[in-house]
Design a binder for this molecule. Structure first.
Ligand SMILES: Cc1cc2nc3c(=O)[nH]c(=O)nc-3n(C[C@H](O)[C@H](O)[C@H](O)COP(=O)(O)OP(=O)(O)OC[C@H]3O[C@@H](n4cnc5c(N)ncnc54)[C@H](O)[C@@H]3O)c2cc1C
Length: 402
């Protein structure tokens, strides 16, 4: 059954070159890159803080910028944001082998990753965006788009003021769930396996506050043992409102049970923080002009926009082709972070923080340069990315890594 809504006129409240939807790590990097390229940029976030899963989701381990064999592979904003995340110190300060004086041998033994304070990271990112001229609009959901001739022309917003619209030259989908891609008619695909329950939280033990990681990073079915395949855990798809609410309630119940099993609440043992957003890993993604697979390790892509390693193991390096970030159908739309165009088997590698920063920087830069991404001269994009500190190809690495 359906209800007809009355037709209405929506106030147009602004005009922007680049609208970034979603303020997780991907959105932060995209907005920063676009603004630094001179684009009039707005970042729209439905929560009231930046960082998404990386802050409000309490996922506070900035996974490696290196390949596990002593070489840094992710640069540019991925490195800048990692440094910012620990600027005021936390459990892991800058890993010593990755200081200027570090040797390749010492770097092989210690991956280039850190653990950071979620609240400090969120505030520092906010300050950085404001200093860079990004307009941040919190408490606002993008709930619709107006498209014309294969391009997004306006976004519809809902917030405390009611419903409004902004006109945009181009838009970045950094929602994690490809919401904007779906709204604008780009092809999307769902993660077939679904997500297992996760409930990361912080608890105090004596004088220390510790991250407790309840739940596990699932592996693609094709890599599972027969025994693992037989385990029949509940899975959550992550893009159904009612199911997400149920998942969050299940996570709360699991969290409290896990916390209480260690002992009762006391001054020495206390629950200090739970996630404020659902902890889902892979949900829905863009079907881009190219879909990359986990078999494409060490492959040279002429349109690479940066590189990532594999957080799960040492060795693999992936160059990320620009074509996996945009849709042929909606030419002024690009996606970054959790919802880029990868197969289910690669998704677990590209969903993590460094990859979100690498892809965010690439699309922010690209959208500042053009509102027709399939027609954009990739060489121009790559020149700008290089200028902003990004390394594009694995063959360029040896001179930078001792
Ligand atoms: C349990 C768990 C553990 C993980 N562990 C790690 C780890 O240890 N290290 C690591 O590097 N990665 C880890 N990850 C993955 C990583 O944290 C996330 O995938 C990454 O932070 C995602 O960034 P993102 O910007 O793509 O998306 P998100 O962080 O999901 O950000 C999307 C943002 O968009 C906003 N948004 C969504 N829809 C709209 C809309 N319509 N309008 C306005 N705003 C909207 C959301 O509020 C959110 O802030 C983990 C993930 C999970 C779930």
């Amino acid at each position: 059954m359906f209800l007809d809504e009355p037709a209405r006129k929506t106030p147009l409240v602004g005009a922007y070159d680049v609208a970034v939807v979603g303020g997780g790590v991907a959105g932060i990097a995209a907005a920063l890159a676009a603004a630094r390229c001179g684009a009039k940029t707005i970042l729209i976030e439905k929560q009231f803080a930046l960082g998404g899963l990386a802050t409000l989701g309490l996922v506070t381990i900035y996974l490696p910028l290196c390949d596990g064999c002593g070489r840094q592979v992710s640069f540019g904003l991925a490195e800048e944001l990692l440094r910012i995340s620990i600027r005021h110190g936390w459990e892991d300060r800058y890993p010593a082998p990755w200081l200027e004086s570090g040797t390749r041998e010492s770097r092989e033994k210690r991956r280039f990753e850190v653990q950071y304070n979620a609240s400090v990271f969120a505030i520092l990112c906010e300050q950085l965006l404001r200093e860079s001229g990004v307009e941040i609009l919190y408490g606002t959901s993008v709930c619709g788009v107006q498209t014309e001739n294969g391009k997004i022309r306006a976004l519809f917003l809902e917030n405390k003021s009611g419903r409004s619209a902004i006109s945009v030259r181009c838009a970045a989908d950094c929602t994690g769930d490809a919401d904007l891609c779906a709204m604008s008619g780009a092809d999307t695909a769902r993660f077939k396996q679904g997500n297992v329950l996760a409930a990361w939280y912080y608890a105090q033990h004596g004088n220390r506050v510790r991250l407790k990681m309840l739940g596990f990073a699932d592996v693609p079915d094709k890599y599972k043992s027969e025994n693992e395949k037989r385990q029949n855990r509940r899975r959550y798809g992550g893009i159904d409102g009612a199911e997400l609410s149920e998942m969050v309630q299940d996570a709360h119940t699991a969290l409290l049970a896990d916390f209480l099993k260690d002992g009762s609440v006391s001054q020495k043992h206390n629950l200090t923080a739970m996630a404020a957003i659902p902890q889902v890993r892979m949900t829905r993604r863009l079907c881009g002009a190219y879909t990359m697979d986990d078999t494409e390790q060490h492959k040279f892509f002429t349109d690479s926009i940066g590189m990532i390693g594999d957080w799960r193991k040492a060795g693999p390096v992936y160059e990320l082709p620009f074509r996996m970030l945009y849709s042929e159908k909606v030419k002024n739309l690009a996606a970054a972070g959790r919802c880029i165009s990868v197969t289910d088997d690669l998704w677990d590698v590209t969903r993590v923080i460094p990859a979100c920063a690498v892809t965010g920087q690439a699309i922010g830069t690209a959208l500042a340069l053009s509102d027709d991404l399939p027609a954009l001269d990739v060489g121009t994009l790559q020149a700008r990315l290089r200028n902003d500190g990004v390394r594009l190809h694995e063959c360029e690495l040896e001179t930078d890594n001792r």
